[in-house]
Design a protein around this ligand. Structure first.
Ligand SMILES: [Mn+2]
Length: 321
């Protein structure tokens, strides 16, 4: 990571304008990292912008942004259509597949590009960036950004340390997934620097109705193989966040080794989210459906309007057929 940080710093110093972009439907790992990286870039006296999200549907991220604003910091979101620099450095966080980017068009502009990601590689991963840091053993991108602050020996406001720590909680599902001794070291550093656990908790708190609704699907979950359970959001259209949260929650139960959650995105597509504690490679399962992700957390979007059909596919994949 040391070598990467050296090269990264050189590239930053070479540019006046810097654009930070994460995946669409951003989460606290990608966007939290973007917000804190922007703060770091301010200390380099760079003109930096974050590509404005088209959709902001995660409550936790909205709350985190409000906390940042309340501390007097404005986040320099810039809509893609106003990003028209001739030269700039484009920094991509928490994603490395073109179609998952907030704005795919930006990678075609010929900007110098840096990619920092922790998702497992596949044939769609962009590999021709000027600088790449791809490490699928990293818990989160906030962990990389924290280490960068450490490397630079910079100091930022406490709210930014809190945002970074909250991102670790989210991406590791409360220190359950992809957690290494380094992850705890990073968390410990953030706490020493003043990350506030109480604010972290406020950011992660959920509405009672959302939780009760999720449990109504868990109540009806079905066993599709030994220790493999599936829940269906069957009464409304949903987002990838809905299925992801449902699968995360299912994994809490002793009976569940692999959690699958499905729901209709629209009349033509069904979202699938898969979770394990790492002993089963759910990314492999999701790849067979055209998706991807990590060993322990993965997802896919299937062209179908029929739950039974998708469940049948999943059963076959799990059986290895
Ligand atoms: Mn992430």
């Amino acid at each position: 990571m040391q070598k990467f940080f050296e090269d990264f710093t050189k590239l930053i110093k070479k540019h006046e304008q810097i654009i930070i972009m994460t995946h669409s439907i951003p989460d606290l790992d990608g966007m939290g990292s973007a917000i804190v990286l922007n703060e770091i870039l301010n200390k380099f006296n760079k003109e930096s912008y974050i590509v404005a999200p088209k959709k902001m549907i995660r409550n936790s991220l909205n709350k985190a942004i409000k906390y940042v604003n309340d501390e007097g910091y404005l986040i320099p979101f810039k809509h893609e259509k106003y990003i028209n620099f001739d030269k700039a450095l484009l920094i991509i966080l928490d994603v490395s597949e073109p179609e998952l980017l907030e704005c795919e068009e930006l990678i075609k502009r010929g900007y110098d590009t840096v990619i920092i990601d922790h998702h497992s590689l596949n044939e769609r991963t962009i590999r021709d960036a000027d600088l790449l840091y791809l490490n699928d053993e990293m818990s989160s991108i906030v962990e990389v950004i924290t280490n960068y602050i450490k490397y630079l020996e910079f100091n930022v406001d406490k709210i930014f340390y809190t945002i970074l720590l909250t991102g670790i909680f989210i991406d590791t599902n409360y220190f359950n997934l992809k957690t290494t001794p380094k992850t705890f070291e990073t968390a410990s550093y953030l706490l020493e620097r003043g990350a506030n656990l109480n604010v972290k908790q406020q950011i992660l708190k959920e509405n009672l109705n959302d939780v009760l609704e999720r449990y109504s699907y868990i109540e009806k979950m079905i066993k599709i193989d030994e220790k493999v359970y599936l829940s269906i959001i069957d009464d409304k259209l949903c987002t990838n966040v809905d299925v992801a949260k449902l699968a995360d929650e299912m994994l809490k139960f002793f009976e569940v080794k692999v959690a699958l959650a499905i729901g209709k995105k629209n009349d033509e597509e069904i979202l699938v989210s898969a979770r394990s504690l790492g002993e089963v490679d759910v990314c492999e399962y999701m790849r067979k459906l055209g998706g991807g992700g990590h060993l322990a957390a993965a997802a896919a979007l299937v062209e179908s309007n029929n739950f039974e059909e998708v469940i049948e596919k999943l059963k076959n994949i799990i059986k290895g057929e």
